[in-house]
Ligand binder design. Structure first.
Ligand SMILES: [Zn+2]
Length: 381
């Protein structure tokens, strides 16, 4: 059967099953699961466990952040890792309506980032069971703490990646619908500045003002940016001082760092570690570092992208190789040398905002893209 006809068959399956998919998605979205809400995280994980049961060997690992679910399903040929997270950024109760459909868009906390994409994995498995299509060895990892840097999940992601030939990430595509082959690396630093307190009126000369020191450091830090290369340093949180008539003896600055390449990330890292006080009597302390290394495209990841692009074209849409400044768990797999393709989730917009939504019409083609890509990875790899 020619690839286009088979892709169309897959698409029809997801068109027929759209309501069933949406009913699943609604249930999952209505279980609010912000990262630090252990109750919501637990409920969401139990719901997922029930849904995925019977579609492969499912194991649950309890971590500080909540359960990591790992499902293995035997197939033939390469081993493909699918990554999705089920935590969201929205505090419980912050949405008055958890599910709202309006003009072809579906709004809800975490619907776009990334519960819709997560359920693509569930429905891809259902499709494979239904159709009996050949598929690669599949490993699916569902994690509870991506939104805060995947501290507890990271070892599971890296462990699974070490045995994988490909990694597919079910985060949303770019706003234009492009799959993602390039993500910036992300780091954060806390610069702690220690000065010396003194009475601002009686003997200010005896003090060392930590806020003045921190301000001068901030100006140096932003100069280490290289905007042409896309390397940014954002001093986005600052705290310090005690009261108006006391020379500030302490200040701290939280700095967000992003870079397209590991070279740039490392340049900034050694710059940050080289910061020295500019005022006599001040002392600096630095915490943090690179959290997610950049996901840089490789010949292998671009080949994987081209395979997916071919599927998309058979389904009637196109994708360019997308790049974005945000990180994902794909950064970890790419860093281990696993060809990684991201953005295979649902089309929509408004991540982390009240306008978060997915586009309903785009669901069947995007679901079909993942399912069909899996079957082609068996044959074309
Ligand atoms: Zn997010």
């Amino acid at each position: 059967m020619p690839t286009r006809a088979r892709a169309q068959d897959t698409l029809e399956y997801f068109e027929r099953n759209l309501d069933a998919y949406l009913s699943d998605l609604r249930q999952l979205v209505e279980i609010e699961s912000p990262t630090h809400d252990q109750q919501g995280i637990k409920r969401a994980s139990l719901w997922l466990q029930t849904q995925f049961a019977g579609l492969g060997q499912l194991r649950r690992f309890d971590t500080d952040a909540g359960p990591v679910l790992r499902l293995f399903r035997r197939g033939s040929g390469p081993r493909v890792l699918l990554l999705a997270h089920y935590d969201t950024v929205h505090p419980v109760g912050s949405w008055s309506r958890l599910w709202r459909e309006e003009k072809g868009k579906i709004y809800g906390p975490g619907v776009y980032d990334m519960k819709a994409g997560l359920l693509f994995a569930l429905w891809a498995l259902r499709y494979l069971s239904y159709s009996g299509q050949e598929h690669p060895n599949l490993e699916i990892l569902l994690t509870p703490d991506e939104e805060v840097g995947s501290r507890s999940s990271r070892i599971f992601i890296e462990d699974a990646a070490r045995g994988a030939d490909y990694a597919l990430v079910l985060e949303p595509p770019t706003g234009a619908g492009d799959l993602k082959v390039h993500r910036k690396g992300v780091g954060w630093y806390v610069l702690k500045v220690h000065g010396r307190a003194a009475h601002q009126g009686v003997e200010p000369e005896k003090g060392v003002n930590a806020i003045v020191e921190a301000s001068r450091q901030v100006l140096r830090i932003v100069e280490a940016q290289d905007l042409e290369k896309g390397t940014t340093l954002g001093p986005n949180v600052v705290k310090g001082g005690t009261t108006g008539n006391v020379v500030a003896d302490y200040a701290e600055v939280l700095v967000d760092m992003r870079a397209w390449t590991l070279d740039e990330a490392e340049r900034v890292d050694s710059f940050m570690r080289g910061l020295r006080p500019l005022q006599k009597g001040a002392r600096l302390e630095l915490e943090g570092g690179l959290n997610r290394p950049p996901m840089e495209p490789t010949p292998e990841s671009l080949r994987l992208f081209e395979l997916a692009r071919g599927v998309a074209r058979d389904l009637g849409f196109d994708s360019r190789p997308g790049k974005v400044g945000g990180g994902s768990d794909g950064n970890f797999t790419a860093n281990l040398g696993v060809p990684t393709l991201d953005g295979l989730g649902a089309l929509g917009a408004g991540a982390h905002q009240k306008s978060e939504h997915i586009v309903k019409d785009a669901l069947p083609p995007r679901l079909a893209l993942l399912a069909e890509l899996l079957t082609r990875l068996t044959r074309d790899a």
